[in-house]
Design a protein around this ligand. Structure first.
Ligand code: AGP
Length: 619
């Protein structure tokens, strides 16, 4: 997620650039790969932008200082459309005269159609971004209205997707206009100066009086006013509040840890990963897929390579990919795959999954696959990282930067991206499930709200975690797609609370693990929906009965309304009904919350667990 800062100060003041640069520095924690600023000066709009970290931008500004200004906007970009380059960095200018500058956080879903309209009209684009399309539209709207607020209202009426926009215009000094849809924007109210930010960290050094914008609203700030209207132009008031966080807490959006913040960002991570994936006819389109459709039609085997949590996302994907595409799918730990002599050829698609895109084990596996003649596709959360660059094709997740070492939102986004790949291949190859793709996409669109409902109902899970702070061993059981969820739940507890935890396929119990069950042994069981076509619900309920009869403390994750588990559950954690293959997007959340809360109860560092790094860049 990008960082956004806007400032309008007293006309005599010339500290706009300093205020915006300071705000961008406070937003650095969000992760980014380029940065830029635009100022409204007496000579018009001046801007500077650079790929890389803020230091690159500072050096450019020192080399070629911008004129003094009292109005400015600034941006740190987390690339979604277009690599992290100087040209793709924000701000983007609109119109021939470059009088308008725009910055943007989010994804404009319908930018292809809008861009084609502008190209047909002779507009020349300098970047690959969806943002520049909005900048060109806004410049035209300003020429029509000579009013930046009215121009913004005209443009947002045409945009679909998620966006926070900030704009300035050379002919409107002392004004910054912002708009928000499905992406945060907050106003900072100062004395004779006003601020805008993607979160309060952008301006907390100057004011703690904030006003949060609601959905589909446009705000216009001057040094002495902050006026808000709805997208239909009717006036409204934002939600005013006093920010009582300190600067450090502000970076975490008020959450105690980045991990808690990222758990709460999961609905958006899934929603943003789904955005912009279908064309006007509702057919799936994927970005950066540089493998020909013919080659994809001829794929006879898929091999997924990844590590840790990303490997568990691959295990979930296996069930969906095989079901929808009828292509055999193997999941391999990257560090094992690399040293095997795998049977792969030019008809094999090797899919790597990596949040960082820098995991050396996974990178080496991708290179190994390429050397053996396979097509390689990277599912990655970090634009411009090494693994996508080494791959024939890329499908980016849009989870935004994941700061906590323990992966949460990236995991759900990886699973979502795997579903998209499977549905795309099914559609491309035709056959039984091609038509199912659209109905699954509709169900996927409803999942972010279901994840939110789970997040909002975690009070009892937190109590259980605190009660179990001294436990020394927890087991996790699941079947079908619930099995990799059980493995992920165990990994979360291991890496956060340093507790022995083990995940098993529930069907494996009687083949050995049931010997571990003794009175009081806590066991999480991920129960499939009673309506699952695979018919495993009854078998998992029997598993619960078997371990409960031997004294286990059963912590059951089950669908709302599933009464069959009640007689055998010491605790029931309810999740909304979903179809079998999509269930991991909701059943994983209680296990993330449990592990984070238990680690917190033990006084451990949830964001930086001992011995672990966010990206394992060594073999
Ligand atoms: C998960 O919580 C861990 N941080 C770790 O297992 C991680 O998923 C693994 O190292 C892979 O990292 P990547 O997704 O960046 O490749």
């Amino acid at each position: 997620m990008c960082g956004i800062v806007g400032y309008v100060g007293p006309s005599a003041d010339s500290r706009a650039l300093d205020v915006v640069m300071e705000g961008l520095a406070r937003l650095e924690y969000r992760g980014y790969d380029s940065a830029g600023v635009a100022l409204v000066t007496e000579d018009g709009v001046s801007s500077e932008k650079r790929a890389g970290k803020l230091g690159n931008l500072r050096a450019a500004l020192e080399e070629q200082p911008l004129p003094d200004a009292s109005t400015a906007i600034g941006h740190t970009r987390w690339a979604t459309h277009g690599a992290p380059t100087d040209e793709n960095a924000h701000p983007h200018h609109g119109g021939e005269d470059g009088k308008l500058a725009l910055i943007h956080n989010g994804i404009i879903e319908n930018f292809h159609a809008l861009k084609n309209e502008l190209l047909a009209d002779g507009v020349v684009f300098r970047s690959e971004t969806d943002t520049e399309v909005a900048a060109q539209l806004l410049a035209r709207a300003y020429d029509d209205t000579a009013d930046l607020t009215l121009a913004m209202l005209q443009v947002v009426a045409r945009l679909e997707g998620a966006f926070t926009l900030l704009a300035v215009h050379a002919d409107a000094p002392g004004v910054v206009v912002g708009a928000r849809r499905n992406s945060p924007l907050v106003v900072g109210i100062g004395e004779g100066e006003n601020f805008l930010g993607s979160d309060v960290a952008a301006f907390i050094g100057h004011t703690r009086e904030a006003v949060e914008l609601g959905q589909d609203e446009v705000v216009t700030i001057t040094p002495d006013s902050a006026t808000i209207v709805r997208f239909d132009g009717t006036p409204t008031e934002g939600k005013a509040y006093h920010v009582d966080w300190d600067a450090a807490a502000a970076e975490k959006g008020g959450y105690p840890t980045f991990m808690q913040k990222e758990i709460h960002e999961q609905p958006h991570a899934v929603q943003d990963t789904l955005l912009g994936r279908t064309d006007d006819e509702g057919r799936l389109v994927l970005d950066e897929l540089r493998i020909s459709e013919d080659d994809l039609r001829q794929v006879t085997k898929i091999v997924i390579v990844a590590c840790g949590t990303a490997a568990y996302a691959g295990m979930v994907a296996k069930y969906a990919l095989e079901h929808w595409t009828r292509i055999p799918c193997e999941v391999e730990l990257a560090h094992e795959f690399r040293y095997r002599d795998p049977v792969i050829d030019g008809h094999t698609l090797v899919v790597s999954i990596s949040q960082s895109g820098e995991t050396m084990d996974t990178l080496m596996a991708v290179k190994h696959a390429g050397d053996l003649g396979a097509h390689t596709l990277s599912i990655c959360n970090t634009h411009g990282s090494t693994i996508p660059r080494e791959s024939d094709a890329v499908l980016y997740t849009h989870a935004g930067p994941e700061i906590a070492v323990a992966s949460t939102k990236a995991f759900l986004a990886q699973i979502t991206a795997c579903y998209l790949l499977g549905l795309y291949l099914a559609q491309l190859r035709g056959g039984t499930y091609a038509d199912e793709a659209q109905s699954v996409m509709k169900e996927l669109a409803e999942v972010p709200e279901k994840i939110q409902r789970v997040i909002d109902s975690m009070g009892r899970v937190r109590e259980i975690a605190r009660f179990m702070a001294d436990t020394r061993s927890v087991l996790f059981l699941g079947r079908h797609v619930g099995y990799p969820v059980a493995l992920e739940g165990a990994l979360k507890l291991k890496e956060l609370a340093y507790i022995h935890a083990e995940g098993f396929a529930a069907g494996e119990l009687k083949h050995g693990p049931i010997a571990l069950i003794e009175p009081g042994q806590p066991v999480f069981i991920v129960v499939p929906s009673p309506s699952s076509e695979h018919g495993l619900h009854g078998k998992v309920v029997s598993n619960i009965q078997e371990i409960r009869a031997r004294g286990a403390r059963t912590l059951v994750i089950a669908e709302e309304g599933d009464e069959a588990v009640v007689p055998f559950a010491d605790e029931i954690i309810r999740v909304p009904a979903t179809s079998a293959l999509l269930a991991p997007l909701v059943t994983t959340v209680p296990l993330q919350v449990f592990a984070a809360e238990l680690a917190t109860a033990k006084g451990l560092d949830v964001d930086q667990p001992r011995n672990l790094a966010k990206s394992v860049t060594v073999e």
